[in-house]
Write a protein that binds this ligand. Structure first.
Ligand SMILES: Cc1ncc(COP(=O)(O)O)c(C=O)c1O
Ligand SMILES: Nc1c(O)cccc1C(=O)C[C@H](N)C(=O)O
Length: 401
């Protein structure tokens, strides 16, 4: 595998690929430290250049000077649905179906209980991705308990075989957080629909990295975070998608006053608002929300299809460079080689993975480690280039000596 002669050739290829990359100039839309190769945008995205000024204005003028008037005059009140509509094109959703707010965990709770209430009565099973990011499993267990369903862990690759007339809800991840495997959202959603089950997709690791097509594939409900490939910042609010056809019947288990049809009527009884707005709960976290709104400007004029094409080129090139630079047998790719099954990250299994990642970070290449033995590298096409990829793999090769 390891091949010293590959070095200049791969560096030259990287330079050529960067020169011919239409998205390369987008890196200027981000404030990244000089000299750092940042491959952890699948955990926390980079800072978009416009966010600091907008945040300063929100703090000093909108809050400091306008004070309470900003709920109307700075359009704070309608931020959750406005920003939901702003990110909708990235997940293939028409306007009016997505609200921003709360964490992914909280939105999962709303979606899962809401899904159980939408499902045909009498069904008993909630299928849940067995390899899911832990919070999804914890929340699903509680939502199932509350709604009288039984959790059935499933492998998303074969989940369609488990769907039957007794399946009420199906919760799956579009991309697996640990392996980077992309699951077949269109086929799995179709299979669930054929049985009448309600689908809930977690888009944390796909939104902003590849086309999702929620409306096209007739997904019922979806959630996702905005701090990964959408670059909303640490703890930026998550989102909830409620397909238009379900909105009238969607019965939120968290019917807070912000989701009320007339919040300022302050009536004792709850009447849900029309549309996705009924997915709102309490007062939105305006500072984070408006930072996210500014962060989404980094997508101006960029399509998610272009991003996907570059993402696949980056991960292909990374796998090629790793094969050339890393001594044979030191790492095994756990991310599928087939494009149809690959998200926007590459996970490599290695002995002493935690230590290897610490050393890589010390040498200016930031990825992350996931227990027990996975090195994770996330590729955000808006700011990662091919020279970054080559340097990351070369540095990994050096770490292995
Ligand atoms: C698939 C998935 N779901 C949920 C979360 C987290 O949810 P929350 O925004 O509630 O922290 C993450 C990552 O943190 C994730 O990778
Ligand atoms: N949300 C995170 C956080 O608050 C701290 C550290 C990491 C995270 C993450 O997003 C982890 C991420 N979901 C993962 O795929 O592992």
């Amino acid at each position: 595998m390891s091949d010293a002669a590959a070095l200049p050739a791969l560096r030259q290829r990287a330079a050529h690929l960067d020169t011919t990359d239409d998205l390369a100039k987008l890196r200027d839309r981000f404030a990244l430290p000089e000299g750092l190769v940042y491959l952890d945008g699948n955990s926390l995205g980079a800072l978009p250049a416009g966010v600091a000024a907008v945040t300063a204005d929100v703090v000093h003028r909108q809050w400091g000077e306008l004070l309470i008037r900003s709920w109307d005059e700075s359009n704070w009140w309608t931020a959750p649905e406005r920003i939901g509509d702003k990110l909708s094109p990235l997940i293939g959703a028409a306007p009016g179906q997505t609200v921003v707010g709360d964490s992914t965990s909280v939105n999962l709770f709303k979606a899962l209980v809401g899904a159980a209430r939408l499902a045909p009565p009498g069904r008993t099973r909630m299928l849940v991705d067995a390899n899911t990011f832990p919070t999804d499993g914890y929340i699903a267990a509680s939502a199932a308990r509350m709604t009288g369903l039984r959790v059935v862990p499933v492998d998303p690759a074969t989940a369609a075989e488990e769907m039957d007339e007794d399946t009420a809800v199906v919760l799956l991840n579009h991309v697996d957080y640990r392996t980077g495997r992309l699951h077949d959202l269109p086929a799995l959603t179709r299979a669930a629909r054929a049985t009448g089950a309600i689908t809930v997709w977690d888009l944390c690791h796909s939104a902003g990295a590849l086309p999702v097509g929620l409306d096209e594939h007739q997904v019922d409900l979806a959630v996702g975070c905005t701090y990964k490939y959408l670059n909303g910042g640490p703890g930026s609010p998550a989102y909830l998608y409620i397909a238009a056809r379900h909105q009238a019947a969607f019965d939120s288990p968290l019917p807070g006053w912000n989701g009320h049809a007339e919040p300022f009527a302050m009536t004792p009884g709850y009447t849900p608002a029309d549309g996705a707005v009924r997915g709102r709960v309490g007062t939105p976290d305006i500072l984070s929300m408006l930072a996210l709104e500014a962060a989404l400007d980094a997508w101006d004029g960029v399509s998610v299809e272009q991003v996907r094409a570059k993402s696949l080129a980056l991960t292909d090139f990374f796998l090629e460079c790793v094969a050339a630079y890393v001594p044979e047998g030191k790492v095994q790719a756990v991310t599928p080689a087939e494009h149809a099954h690959r998200g926007s990250q590459v996970s490599l299994r290695a002995e002493n993975a935690a230590e290897i990642m610490r050393e890589l970070i010390a040498r200016g290449v930031v990825g992350d480690f996931r227990a027990p033995d996975v090195l994770r590298f996330g590729f955000t096409p808006l700011y990662v280039g091919f020279a970054d990829v080559e340097r990351a793999a070369r540095t990994l090769g050096h770490v292995f000596g």
